[in-house]
Design a binder for this molecule. Structure first.
Ligand code: SAM
Length: 869
């Protein structure tokens, strides 16, 4: 990512943070609701929504955007929420009856279709430290949901993975038909939050208040706590027996113990019952009391022991052993350990036995732990296999896009009570989702055992950072592979997509390389500038004799032809002509294909003179020469700095103030094209461009200054190294995709058709003329009929007959006079004047001409057919 990516503070400036800023959402959490709604579609059909713990209002904004226009939206939070159109908000504590009454007053007898809860207890910055009050808050929000939800309604809540998690899920299951836990992609992986979407509210007539009583819901807390305690002890032991293995607090934090760093006194260590558990649970053993300080003076307390006590988390197995030995010795010294050896020799023997016992104990413990790990690995493998099979089936049925995999993965993991943030699991499952290509190797059941051994071995080394990195890289590669496969599949399935891709490729081929110094490894570019053009020119000479007409060569021919043209122009030495040199492309024949123009531009701008101009203004070129180049450089007004490793030239990025800035241009290359087109079309278009051009020519500004000046908030949107699936996704979603209806599209199409159907001006005028003349004729006929009617010397019958005749004539459309075609052959050949027997208008035609016209028509028809096929 760009340099602006802040690595600390949860990587605050992540993609969703930026998107939220761009799209005007008050909090990045808005995307969590958007993604949840995308998966479960509960907002579109909702008419009434209550958002509990809604400040600053990100979710309310989303609700207001996605819910129907006249729906009721109510937001509550401890802190006031800035007004949002169509949303009613008030400040209240959701655990109080006052809040309940406020909502009741607002809704009257309405019921809510959706109740949202994204609350987190206000415990300062480290919310995670208070998982229990979070669970309580969830329970309170569910109480409100149960009161206000309509039957079949949806309740969305945030929960944290803690010891209370399963109890909460159990309660949800009692009140809702469907309960699903999911982690939307926008929820940070480092966060322990999970969203539970409870659908199909059962709306029981009576709900036992115990469901909402934390004491009851979490009552088996102590029992589970002891289980957790057991688990924790095992964990602590593992910390000592396998200190190199890093572990996570999967069961959440212990009650009242919310700090990661723990310090204990040496006396506690010496006097505790379970030394191994003690060592595994603390970070430092301190010698603070008088008694402890005295121990420091003892011979057995070697410098090694004291430095080991300083940081237990960095110790290896041997160090722990040394500490335990020290403890035993000190305990004996203090009389806490009964000495069973009467003599020194015997003591030594017993000590050895004791050591051997310790070794055996450690060995046994290790074996037990290994057995447990193997069993766990087996379970995981089976689970991963199930997921894999399901995914492969889905992929085969074209139900799964690679981008969905992450979410489903999490769901599956949640379903099994697994740690959703475990990279190892993700890697395994992803490996499981390796698609068709990997099916063969995975299907082989016999290889399962071998795999198991491999995996176990692998697990041992996985915790090293390097290994993690390798795994991440592997995962990325795998994701890339999946994405490529997905795109291939799309291409196969969708003809439109194929066309789009082809167009994209074409574009890429046409893309202009920009003003840059030739890459050292590009053979032809190395020469650059005039030499290159000379070469191209020479090649043209050679190639013209050759019959080989491969595409590339054609292009080369073309390039060299253009290069030749330019060279000739320069050679003329005319200064006026010289000044036009910078815009030669505008002069090119329009019949030349756009693609070839781009290549020509490439040749042109790769010249040394350009490179010199933009690299170093201090060289000995004359100001006049600069002026020639500056036309092309002018677009630097919009120039942005390039990354520091791209020192060779300017990256010219055209920016039209009216244009939407392309932040995520997957092709990433079309800036050049746009720029090129602009130069061709308009030359220097902005005052800034002219100013910068002048400054460059007058050497008032250096390249570095230009780069500094060009810095803006889009400068660091570096896309280097980002996977293509991510860029594709960004391109699609960095702007809001408003849903469009079929009706809207139909209406637009109809409008376009009407526009198309509109006659051109001349036809419209002709039609109007015709109409006007018809009206005039009718008017004339009516006047005549009136005259006939007014005459007194005609009988009524005669009048009627006459009027009918007149009106018929007036209403009749004028017939086009027929023109007779007379072929000048036989008797008509060589005749002058009107041929015999031909009346009215006529035209003499040549028989040859007639044939030619026919042949022409035939040809056109055939061409049309060929084009269609
Ligand atoms: C993560 S923020 C919610 C963000 C919100 N969903 C959004 O998109 O803007 C958690 C909120 O819960 C609120 N909160 C915590 N305890 C609360 C309580 N007892 N009653 C009401 N709101 C509470 C906090 O004030 C805080 O604003």
């Amino acid at each position: 990512m760009g340099k602006a990516q802040k690595k600390t503070g949860k990587g605050r400036l992540d993609k969703y943070y930026k998107l939220a800023k761009e799209q005007g959402y008050r909090a990045r959490s808005a995307f969590k609701l958007i993604q949840l709604n995308k998966k479960y579609s509960f907002l579109e059909s909702a008419r009434c929504c209550i958002d509990l713990c809604a400040a600053p209002g990100g979710w309310l904004q989303v609700a207001s955007k996605y819910m129907p226009l006249n729906s009721v939206i109510v937001g509550v939070d401890l802190v006031p929420i800035k007004p949002i159109p169509r949303v009613v908000t008030f400040a209240s504590d959701i655990t109080t009856t006052q809040c309940r009454n406020l909502i009741r007053n607002e809704l009257k007898d309405w019921k809510a279709d959706v109740v949202l809860h994204d609350g987190a207890p206000n415990v300062g910055t480290a919310w995670v430290q208070d998982a229990y009050s979070q669970s309580e808050l969830v329970l309170m929000s569910m109480k409100l949901a149960a009161e206000f939800l309509i039957k079949g309604g949806t309740f969305v809540t945030k929960v944290f993975r803690s010891v209370d998690y399963n109890n909460l899920i159990w309660v949800f299951n009692q009140l809702f038909g469907k309960v699903e836990a999911t982690k939307p992609p926008s929820s940070r992986n480092v966060s322990a939050e999970i969203f539970v979407v409870c659908r199909d509210f059962l709306a029981p007539k009576h709900i036992d208040p115990k469901f909402f009583d934390p004491k009851h819901v979490f009552k088996d807390l102590t029992a589970s706590a002891s289980a957790v305690g057991e688990k924790a002890t095992t964990n602590f032991q593992v910390n000592v027996f396998q200190p190199e293995k890093k572990r996570r607090n999967r069961h959440g934090y212990d009650d009242g113990d919310y700090t990661l760093f723990k310090k204990a006194g040496a006396a506690d260590f010496i006097r505790c019952q379970d030394a191994i558990a003690f060592l595994g649970s603390v970070n430092k053993i301190a010698f603070d009391t008088e008694e402890e300080k005295e121990w420091l003076q003892l011979d057995i307390t070697t410098p090694d022991v004291t430095s080991n006590c300083d940081d237990l988390k960095v110790l290896g197995k041997g160090d722990f052993k040394a500490l335990i030995k020290w403890r035993t010795a000190l305990r004996e010294e203090l009389g806490l350990e009964v000495k069973t050896k009467p003599t020194d020799e015997l003591t030594e023997t017993v000590e050895i036995t004791q050591l051997v016992d310790e070794e055996a104990e450690i060995q046994n413990e290790l074996e037990r732990l290994n057995a447990e790990a193997a069993a766990r690995a087996k379970r995981e493998r089976r689970r991963a296999n199930e997921v894999k099979t399901r995914t492969i089936q889905r992929m085969q049925l074209q139900m799964t896009a690679p981008l969905d995999i992450g979410m489903e993965q999490n769901d599956a993991a949640l379903g099994h009570g697994e740690d959703v943030f475990d990279l190892d699991n993700a890697a395994k499952a992803l490996r499981g989702k390796g698609g068709k290509a990997r099916l063969g190797e995975d299907e082989d059941d016999d290889s399962d055992e071998e795999e198991a051994v491999d995996e176990e071995e692998e697990e041992d080394v996985l915790d090293s950072e390097e290994e993690q990195e390798r795994k991440v890289a592997g995962l990325e590669a795998e994701l890339d592979g999946l994405y490529d496969a997905y795109q291939e599949h799309l291409k196969e399935r969708d003809a439109k997509y194929k066309v789009k891709e082809a167009r994209k490729n074409n574009k890429e081929r046409e893309t202009w390389g920009g003003i840059r110094k030739a890459d050292s490894d590009e053979d032809s570019d190395e020469e650059g500038g005039w030499d290159k053009m000379e070469q191209a020119k020479d090649r043209t000479g050679e190639d013209s004799s050759s019959d080989d007409s491969s595409d590339e060569e054609e292009e080369d021919d073309h390039d060299s032809a253009i290069a030749g043209k330019k060279r000739r122009r320069t050679d003329s030495g005319d200064s006026a002509q010289k000044s036009k040199k910078a815009r030669p492309l505008a002069k090119l024949d329009e019949s030349q294909a756009a693609q070839k123009l781009s290549r020509a531009a490439q040749v042109w701008f790769n010249q040394d003179c350009f490179a010199g101009a933009d690299l170093d203004m201090g060289d000995s070129e004359s100001a006049g020469e600069h002026t020639e180049d500056i036309d092309e450089m002018s677009v630097l007004s919009d120039a942005e700095p390039r990354s520091s490793d791209d020192e060779d030239g300017f990256e010219v990025v055209p920016q039209d103030p009216d244009d939407d800035i392309e932040m995520w241009d997957v092709d990433g290359e079309n800036e050049d094209e746009i720029k090129q087109a602009k130069i061709r079309k308009h030359g220097l278009t902005t005052a800034e461009a002219v100013t910068i051009a002048q400054q460059l020519v007058n050497r008032e500004k250096t390249r570095t200054q230009l780069i500094d000046d060009g810095f803006n908030r889009y400068s660091l949107n570096a896309k280097d190294g980002l996977p293509s699936w991510f860029l594709d996704d960004e391109e699609k979603h960095y702007k809001p995709n408003l849903p469009v209806t079929k009706e809207a599209i139909a209406a637009l199409r109809a409008k376009m058709r009407a526009l198309d159907a509109r006659p051109i001006k001349k036809i419209a005028e002709a039609k109007a003329r015709k109409k006007f003349k018809a009206a005039q004729r009718l008017e004339k006929a009516m006047k005549k009929a009136e005259g006939v009617n007014a005459t007194s010397d005609m009988t009524e019958r005669e009048k009627a007959k006459q009027i009918e005749k007149v009106m018929q004539k007036g209403m009749a459309t004028k017939k086009k006079k027929e023109i007779k075609v007379v072929v000048a052959k036989g008797a008509h050949k060589g005749l002058k004047g009107r041929p015999k027997g031909v009346k009215g208008r006529y035209v003499m035609v040549d028989s040859r001409m007639k044939k030619e016209v026919r042949a022409q028509k035939r040809k056109e028809k055939a061409n049309k057919k060929r084009k269609r096929t």
